[in-house]
Design a protein around this ligand. Structure first.
Ligand code: HSE
Length: 302
């Protein structure tokens, strides 16, 4: 038999990329999860097209396309192509919790969740598409490896590309993390479009040093250097016009000595801190959440 019988469910974490200095490299998996349930069916549509049945609850359930352009479905089909399989139909249920367009890795979760679900639906799928190959495929789809690495592997991830192939190492960390989520979204495409093609050697050197320091701070428990380790000169200031309130809020937290950064391409703000003194800073209309670091990454839960 080509496909397993019955549905599979994948739980996949949110993630925060960059973490300040580690642009397109560092990722942190967060304890906020989407769930993807998928089952292969024999229901092709009349014209021979793949038959798709969806139900979506939570984030985006009103405005997400329910067709093959859905990021989970297109990612599943990329995995099926690699695995040499072509299901006639798919029945899916998505429980979306990760906010969309906020820099918390919702698209990475969709891509990784779709790839892992498709792999699990194919008999012997893991032998044909191991985690390294799956990460490379996820990076191809997303275009940069930081969020997809964290969503797949959990923990703190250091990702890079070599000859276009996405790779990552995963490290265990314990950290207090809070996120402040504004009511507005900013597309990653827009946020990447405002970045300069060239940066100064001094800025590049500063970020390289801070990114290395941040790994030491998080993995080595050096909270005393977290503030310095979360400084960035390569993306946050350039993106400020696209997310002025977020940039101003992050700057105000930093002025109070709190290690705060723009989460991924924004506009959510992440702080390596928690507690009522911190939550009291939440701007009106924003949501505040205290989260842990997810240590497992994408997981098959049934
Ligand atoms: N590293 C990426 C960026 C993360 O900042 O554009 C967003 O997906």
């Amino acid at each position: 038999m080509t496909f397993v019988s019955g549905p599979v469910t994948v739980r996949v974490p949110a993630s925060s990329a960059n973490l300040g200095p580690g642009f397109d490299t560092l990722g942190l998996a967060l304890s906020l999860y989407d769930e993807i349930t998928a089952e292969v069916t024999e229901d092709s549509e009349n014209d021979g097209e793949q038959g798709l049945a969806f139900s979506i609850e939570g984030e985006g359930s009103d405005n997400i396309p329910r067709d093959r352009t859905h990021l989970v479905v297109s990612s599943m089909n990329r995995a099926f192509d690699v695995l040499g399989e072509s299901p006639r139909g798919l029945r899916m249920h998505f429980r979306n919790v990760i906010p969309h367009g906020r820099g918390l890795g919702s698209s990475a979760a969709a891509i990784v969740g779709g790839l892992v679900a498709a792999r699990a639906l194919v008999e012997g799928g893991e032998a044909k598409l191991d985690d390294d190959a799956l990460l490379a495929l996820a990076n191809e789809i997303e275009g940069h490896p930081d969020n997809v690495a964290a969503a797949l592997l959990g923990g703190l991830t250091i990702a890079w590309t070599a000859l276009g192939i996405g790779k990552a190492v995963r490290l265990d960390v314990l950290a207090d993390v809070s996120v402040f989520i504004p009511p507005v979204s900013v597309s990653t495409h827009t946020a990447r479009g405002v970045l300069p093609a060239k940066v100064s050697h001094a800025d590049a050197a500063a970020n390289a040093g801070r990114a290395a320091l941040l790994v030491a701070a998080l993995v080595g428990g050096r909270a005393d250097v977290l503030f310095a380790a979360t400084e960035d000169r390569l993306h946050q200031d350039y993106r400020a016009p696209e997310m002025p309130e977020s940039h101003e809020f992050m700057s105000s937290l930093r002025a109070d000595g709190i290690p705060a950064i723009i989460s991924g391409a924004g506009p959510a703000v992440l702080a390596f801190a928690s507690g009522s003194d911190l939550s009291a800073h939440t701007p009106a209309g924003w949501a505040y959440r205290e989260l842990g670091v997810d240590s497992e990454g994408a997981t098959l839960i049934s």
